[in-house]
Write a new protein. Structure first.
Length: 289
């Protein structure tokens, strides 16, 4: 599993931007064949993305392909399924069947190309009210699904609202994805991009809201967004210190037969200790990366 605080989109039509995306400090890169590419440029984008994927990939690399109900899905997958690719982000995922159709196609291509069966991750991109409502089924659709991603641009359009700097319009969708991921036992979802590219304060506050709701990382569209989002989705020194205290105290108590203790005035039981261990694992992962 690739833990990711930030995943940077790069348009599939611009080779320079795709190559540069690997050098800007994001945890992963998403090469985009969907909304960043005009219909007339789809074939050119596939060729360029395939070229990038044929070279060294210094970061986990995903490709966002067009939805399964589009006329582009087969050619997209045929062009990009290759060794070294971390996974596919499936645009406009709305049902469990959408995900399973993509899973089936990926399996055929893996077999045809001698790749390890099921190795490619599949990230459903939920960006419509229907997709949000079906999030629990989508999250559990197949073993390839390790996390969900939220697309707020289409969602706010479909719900007749707009991005704000306070985020009320996204509260339900974010919470539903977090609950769906928890129910399916997969990683925390990836949060939507923040459209306020030049407003770093708005980006930071948006990321903080998402993290408090349980999102695990953020999709970003500009280099200036990477540092603040990485910081927000990294465990703080205080969180790490508290987690160490909790784990040490709980392990000692458990060895003595106790399942509930207090640490710094807070009740600690198995779920809290498990969360503390998750924080320590994340801190260690991002320290090494």
């Amino acid at each position: 599993m690739n833990l990711c605080r930030t995943l940077l989109f790069a348009p599939g039509t611009e080779r320079r931007k795709m190559e540069k995306a690997f050098t800007l400090g994001a945890d992963a890169v998403i090469l985009d064949l969907e909304d960043a590419v005009a219909h007339s440029q789809k074939e050119q984008a596939r060729e360029l993305v395939s070229l990038i994927l044929g070279g060294p990939l210094p970061l986990p690399t995903f490709v966002r392909v067009n939805g399964v109900n589009s006329p582009y899905i087969y050619k997209d997958l045929h062009a990009v399924v290759t060794a070294g690719l971390a996974g596919i982000m499936l645009a406009k995922a709305e049902t469990r069947e959408d995900v399973r159709r993509a899973d089936w196609l990926l399996g055929l291509l893996e077999a045809d190309r001698g790749l390890v069966p099921g190795e490619l991750e599949l990230v459903p991109f939920l960006e419509s009210p229907r997709g949000i409502q079906n999030a629990p089924e989508i999250a559990a659709a197949c073993p390839r699904v390790k996390r969900l991603a939220f697309g707020g641009n289409d969602y706010t359009t479909d719900t007749g609202t707009y991005y704000s700097t306070t985020g009320e319009e996204l509260f339900y969708a974010r919470s539903r994805l977090v609950a769906a991921a928890g129910a399916a036992g997969i990683e925390a979802p990836l949060d939507t991009v923040c459209p306020f590219i030049k407003d770093v304060t708005a980006l930071r506050e948006d990321a903080l809201r998402a993290r408090r709701l349980g999102m695990g990382g953020k999709l970003v569209i500009h280099p200036a967004q990477i540092g603040p989002a990485n910081e927000v989705f990294s465990p703080t020194e205080a969180e790490v210190a508290t987690a160490r205290k909790i784990v040490a105290a709980f392990e000692e108590a458990e060895a003595g037969g106790a399942g509930v203790i207090q640490v710094e005035g807070k009740m600690i039981e198995y779920p809290v200790a498990r969360r503390a261990r998750q924080i320590l694992r994340a801190a260690e992962h991002f320290k090494e990366s």
